[in-house]
Design a protein around this ligand. Structure first.
Ligand code: F6R
Length: 612
């Protein structure tokens, strides 16, 4: 949440900062601002609303400096307003700060600073930071940059919570300062210029070489250099990592929205996820894992933990792990898991899924599992992200950058990777079955089958038109189809703002059916041959009560009673969500477009939830 950018080099900083902020806007879009170092000192321009609003501020063109910082905000403390926008400055207007994260003890720190004569203009937690830096910097000899870094260190040692902070100070016309803890930030290495960003895609068009900062590491960036210091201010060396994403993967490439592009990218992203990980007739190779039969036999339970869509992806894997590998598997929401004192032993295997790899609750859940001695696996889409640095083992989905706030290609890639991991476990455990080989074959065929669905979207568009003014929509399914109902309902509510609910179809009669009345829309998903007749009966019950129905299926059922049927290719029910979700992603997308909404940046949401 919140996007931060920084630039120091030989070019004018302002356009680079604005460009970076526009690309980072999916992290938050309540307000935006930049500070640029001019010959006369720091100049700040900030505004409530979207980044493009900054371009309408007349003074923006006056900014000529070649070093600056920028921020796009997802409001936590203090409502969206110009005064609460970042950058924030200290009372003396010597230090400018942008911050992503939450300072949990800001009230205490405000009191401390107030007692020392400081005043506060905003309601934000962030405003304590420039003032704390000022407070400590005043106590140094102000001889050189290390005095400033020392003051920065003293300030951040006072902070509780999470932060990625960029700092400019009037005494340093050629250097800027950064530090982080539990909030994402990367440093891009250029030629005679260096960059800072919350994530890689925003600056991918400038560089592919990135430094990753660990918690409480400081960096001092100048045009020609980046210096790193540990918490004791000892100088440390870092090597940049080269990121293989191509620039066009972070562009819309002719599509109207990133979400549509990412839905259409799924055949490609799944091919990338599969890579060389499975081959028919050969044991699956997962270079990242070195599990033995003895180890897997000793595992007492598997937890799969994640948030939102990533959790929905995790739900799909329980059946494969239990039925093929006989591993008792529980899937949990990270924000629940971390506080419910789960039973974790050194024999527990925990799998954490996060597209961004920066989700605060998922990282906290992972740390908890480690504290209890469990083995941990991270599944992420972002190389070097926090979750991958914390876990014992990391596997990447290789889906390419996902920019739209609503997750689509990450979800399907996560399911594919989880299924491959389950197959690997089964093979290590010595399970050799025709069904396992069949499952591999099915995974390899998935990209082509998604292409078939994507080539035939008229019915979906048409149904989207018909229900775009609805107030409530229900999604139902049984078994693995229920997990897709969850994802379909999440997609619809987040980008169309239509109230959507998902239910295990068998649960309808236990309460929710009371809400079914004439004209209400119910969407049923049926890919499991054994369970489909039962879901058909549940749908029959809502049709009788006047519901409008859409069915997504590959089963041979009587279709005449439904208003619309989207047929998808046949696929094993172990991985069917990879296909059955696609019409639901498109449905949510076209409904959002019908309603004239901003598909890529739905209200109140942000791509990467780095606060609890
Ligand atoms: C929904 C969505 C969110 C994320 C969730 C976890 O479309 O994008 O529900 O799935 O915030 O994010 P990651 O996977 O980055 O941990």
């Amino acid at each position: 949440m919140c996007g931060i950018v920084g630039y120091v080099g030989k070019r004018k900083a302002q356009p680079i900062l604005i460009n970076g902020l526009l690309r980072l806007e999916y992290r938050g879009y309540d307000s935006a601002g930049i500070s640029v170092m001019e010959e006369t000192g720091i100049k700040t321009i900030k505004n409530q609303g979207r980044v493009k609003g900054l371009l309408e501020v007349k003074e923006i063109e006056d900014l000529k400096g070649t070093m600056g910082i920028g921020h796009t905000r997802w409001a936590t403390h203090g409502k969206p307003s110009a005064i609460n926008s970042h950058p924030h400055m200290d009372n003396e207007k010597t230090t400018s700060v942008v911050h992503n994260g939450i300072i949990e003890n800001y009230i205490e720190l405000r009191e401390f600073l107030t007692k020392n004569g400081y005043k506060f203009l905003s309601q934000t937690d962030t405003e304590v930071i420039p003032n704390l830096i000022h407070f400590y910097y005043e106590k140094t000899n102000k001889k050189d940059k290390m005095d400033f870094v020392k003051a920065l260190k003293q300030a951040v040692e006072m902070l509780k919570g999470s932060f990625a902070i960029e700092v400019l100070n009037n005494d340093f016309k050629e250097e800027m300062f950064v530090v982080r803890k539990d909030s994402p930030m990367v440093i891009g290495k250029g030629v005679e210029e260096n960059y800072i960003s919350s994530d890689i895609p925003a600056i991918l068009s400038f560089t592919k070489d990135f430094y990753l900062l660990n918690d409480y590491e400081f960096a001092v960036l100048s045009k020609d250099d980046v210096e790193f210091y540990d918490i004791n201010l000892n100088k440390i060396e870092k090597q940049p990592k080269n990121i293989a994403w191509d620039v066009s993967s972070a562009e819309k490439d002719g599509y109207e929205d990133f979400m549509l592009k990412e839905i259409y990218e799924q055949p490609k992203s799944i091919r990338e996820t599969i890579g060389a990980r499975i081959t028919l007739g050969v044991k699956s190779t997962l270079d990242e894992l070195d599990f033995t039969k003895e180890y897997l036999e000793s595992v007492d339970r598997v937890y799969i933990v994640a948030c939102g869509t990533a959790m929905n992806a995790g739900m799909t894997t329980k059946k494969i792990l239990e039925q093929f590998c006989h591993l008792q598997t529980e899937v949990d929401i990270a924000s629940e898991f971390r506080y419910r004192k789960p039973l974790i032993t050194p024999k527990t295997l925990c799998i954490f899924i996060s597209q961004s790899g920066e989700t605060a609750d998922t990282i906290a859940a992972l740390k908890l599992a480690k504290e209890h001695g469990a083995k941990t696996i991270a599944i992420s889409n972002v190389i070097g992200s926090s979750i991958t640095r914390e876990a014992d083992y990391s596997l990447y989905t290789h889906a390419g950058p996902e920019i739209a706030v609503a997750s689509t290609k990450a979800y399907t890639s996560q399911i594919v990777l989880l299924a491959i991991i389950a197959i690997y476990f089964a093979e290590v455990l010595g399970v050799s079955s025709r069904e396992l080989e069949e499952l591999k074959k099915e995974i390899l065929e998935v990209p082509k089958k998604i292409e078939e669905i994507l080539d035939n979207t008229e019915k979906i568009k048409d149904f989207a038109k018909r229900i775009s003014n609805e107030k409530d929509v229900f999604f139902i399914g049984r078994g693995i189809d229920y997990t897709v109902a969850m994802e379909g309902s999440l997609k619809l509510k987040e980008i169309s703002y239509i109230h959507a609910e998902s239910y295990a179809a068998g649960e309808l009669k236990h309460g929710p059916i009371a809400l079914i009345e004439n004209g209400i829309t119910v969407i049923g998903i049926m890919t499991d041959a054994e369970l489909a007749p039962k879901t058909v009966s549940n749908l029959q019950e809502v049709v009788t009560r006047g519901a409008k129905t859409l069915v997504v299926t590959n089963q041979d059922i009587d279709k005449s009673m439904f208003d619309e049927v989207i047929e998808i290719p046949e696929i094993s029910e172990y991985i069917s969500p990879i296909l059955s979700v696609v019409p639901l992603q498109l449905l949510a997308y076209y409904i959002s477009k019908e309603r004239g909404l901003d598909v890529d940046k739905p209200r109140n949401l942000a791509k990467s939830v780095t606060v609890e």
